[in-house]
Each structure stands twice: as C-alpha cells, then as structure tokens.
Write a protein of this length. Structure first.
Length: 377
C-alpha cells in the first residue's frame, strides 16, 4: 500500500498490476475534523485528484462516500463533485469514526471504456467482459419489505436488458438499511422471496452481500441497494466460499447470501468477502459484549474464507469495518493498525444486522492466476 500524506488529508492506495487491466483501491480520509463540511469536501476532492494524477490511465468505476449527516450533506456534496456519467456512485450515512464528516472509497481500473447505460447502470468494458456497477438505488415504497422487493425486481429487469441474469451474473451486493434493528426483517423476507423466483436457493447458490445499517438523505428511504455484475462471464468462473469450520450456511438462520465469492479470470482471481461478524458454525454470536474478542473472531472467520480461495490477507486490497458503538473505535482501530498497518481501510458507524454483533468487516482481494481456459480481465 502507498500512503500519500497531503494537506489535511491521507490517501491510502492499493494496487494490483499485471499485463492487462490494473486495479486500484483508494481510501481518502480528511485529517482535520474541525473543518466545516464544505471545507472537508474540498480537501477530500483535492486529495483524490492529486492521487489520481499519479495513476496514469486509471478511471473510477465505483465510488462510495461515507457521510456523517446525509440529510444536510448529500445535496451539497453532489453540487460540489464533478462525477462523470461513467462512474457508479454510492452515498450513505455511515459516519467515519475518526471524527470527520466524510470519507471516500474509490475503485479504479485502467484500459477500460466506461459509459452509463440507458437504464442507469454503469459499464466498464474491457476485452470479453462488461463490468456493470450500480449505486444508491432506492425508492419510497411503504416499508422496508416493499422497498427491497422493488429494488431487486428492478435490478433483475435491468440486468435482463443487458443480457444478464441475477443468478448468473451478479457477483456482489450491498444493502443499507435505515434503523436496521426494526427494518432488516422486511429486507430479509423480500430478498428470500425474490431470490426463489430468480432461481437462487440453498441448492443452487446465493450472492455475496453486506446487509448493514445505513441512513439515506430522505427519511422515507429505508433501503439502499448497490450491486456489481459481470456480463460475458461463464458459470465455471464463479466459486462460492463457505468456511464451514467456522461459519454456518446463512439459510440456516433464515437469510440468503453467500459468505464470499471468488471469480477466476485468465490472469487473476478476484475475491469478494461479504460482511462478516463474530459467529460460529452453529450460527451463534461469539463473545457477546466483548468487541476485542469479536474482532479477533472476525479476522479468523475472514481468514478461513480467504483460505478457501487459496488466498491470505496478503492478497486483500481494501477493508471496510463497521462498528455499532462509536465508543469501540479506539480499541478496534488499534487492533487493525497493529495487524494491518498497510491495508487501505475505513472505520464507520453502522449497526450490524444482529444487535449482539458489535463489529463487522468486509473486504476485496486479488491474486495473480494463470488460467488459459478463461479470457483475461
């Protein structure tokens, strides 16, 4: 990882370079929490632009802004940014736990052609593959169940317009739920039922996902949906991670997502680890009330999933860490800084889907792979 120290900002950059497409993850942090929001945005955008100038040919295909107060900040942010029509954008209220008002995760690729599709999806084209991203999808249906149902049905239809299917092409989803302790049950019910109609079940597979607390600018928006799919991929390229020595299948406690997924290309393996908490292979919360021990168990669970993909933490390119209680930040950050000092990461305030889980982590990784069967990325 490269850590770029700029005026009142830090940019953490991981890079994966090969003979084909290069991949970058940028985590941009403001270092002066006393600045007003507009000033913090100015600092963050300037830091991002400066870092981008050092990555020739790289273009953003997905960005997520983490805000401390979306209701008062989202419109101002959108007015200040100059996002092109070729970058999928996600904005969610998950306050950065370093005391600032905004942070940014950006995923960039080189040598891709990008465009916005007619249905609002965003495409990055290279070789045999079309990488399709979408962010900040929402509606204002009556409750979380109806909102989730509409989001998944609309997304499935949008994929069909691109010659894709939810079951065959979607690799990763993120679901942000306002007041998750009350609204997550509706999300689960809708997802379970829609998945059945799309051929996703315990006998086939689900999709790697994070379902986490997050607020949107409009209080009537209870659910926000981000997703990533790949057109041109073959079924044999996608593999699912279970970690059965440490985790149980999610359907055993009534939800429907995969613990992780990896995708093989001719030149690399990409790994997507879902939001992972302190759980055992019976579906029980491990170390209730102890955030330190829960963090260690999270690491162990993620490590088990990575091992199934023939990876270690060495291949991890970015991390997002979610904490229910802001008072746990100092403890958890110290643990992460000691073990993972060179990984781009962000810590945000976001309750996990089960109240007893104090900490959750997701990550993405990539490793060199020589596979002459599949086209390169």
């Amino acid at each position: 990882m490269n850590r770029v120290l700029l005026d009142k900002a830090i940019v953490e950059v991981s890079e994966f370079k090969t003979k084909g497409v290069n991949e970058y993850h940028l985590m941009v942090h403001v270092t002066d929490p006393t600045l007003a929001f507009q000033q913090q945005v100015d600092v963050l955008l300037a830091a991002y632009d400066e870092a981008l100038a050092g990555l020739p040919g790289a273009v953003a295909v997905f960005k997520r802004y983490f805000l401390s107060d979306a209701t008062n900040q989202m419109d101002l942010l959108l007015g200040m940014t100059t996002e092109g029509s070729s970058c999928a954008l996600s904005i969610v209220q998950q306050a950065p736990l370093d005391g600032t008002k905004i942070a940014l995760w950006a995923y960039l690729l080189t040598d891709v052609q990008t465009r916005v599709l007619s249905n609002g999806l965003f495409e990055a084209l290279h070789g045999s593959y079309r990488h399709i991203w979408t962010g900040s999808n929402n509606n204002r249906a009556a409750n979380s169940e109806y909102q989730m149902r509409l989001l998944l049905n609309d997304y499935s239809m949008n994929l069909m317009e691109q010659g894709c299917k939810l079951a065959d092409n979607c690799i990763r989803t993120w679901i942000f739920v306002q007041n998750i302790d009350n609204n997550y049950a509706g999300v689960v019910k809708a997802r379970n039922e829609v998945f059945v109609t799309q051929g996703l079940n315990s006998e086939t597979h689900f999709i790697a996902s994070t379902g986490i607390g997050g607020r949107m600018a409009n209080p009537k928006t209870l659910v926000q949906f981000d997703a990533y799919a790949v057109a041109g991929i073959q079924r044999e390229q996608i593999h699912y991670l279970y970690g059965r020595s440490h985790l149980n299948p999610t359907y055993e406690y009534g939800v429907s997502f995969e613990r992780g997924t990896y995708v093989d290309y001719g030149d690399r393996r990409q790994v997507f680890i879902s939001g992972t908490a302190s759980i055992n292979n019976h579906g029980e919360i491990m170390y209730p009330g102890d955030v330190r021990q829960q963090t260690l168990r999270v690491w162990e669970n993620v490590e088990t999933l990575l091992k199934e993909a023939d990876c270690t933490y060495e291949e991890v390119e970015q991390m997002v860490v979610y904490l229910r209680d802001i008072a746990d930040y100092a403890v958890v950050k110290a643990l992460y800084d000691e073990r993972f000092p060179d990984k781009p990461k962000v810590f945000v305030n976001a309750p996990v889907c089960r109240p007893g889980w104090l900490v959750e982590m997701e990550c993405m990784g990539v490793k060199v792979l020589e596979n002459k069967v599949f086209p390169v990325l």
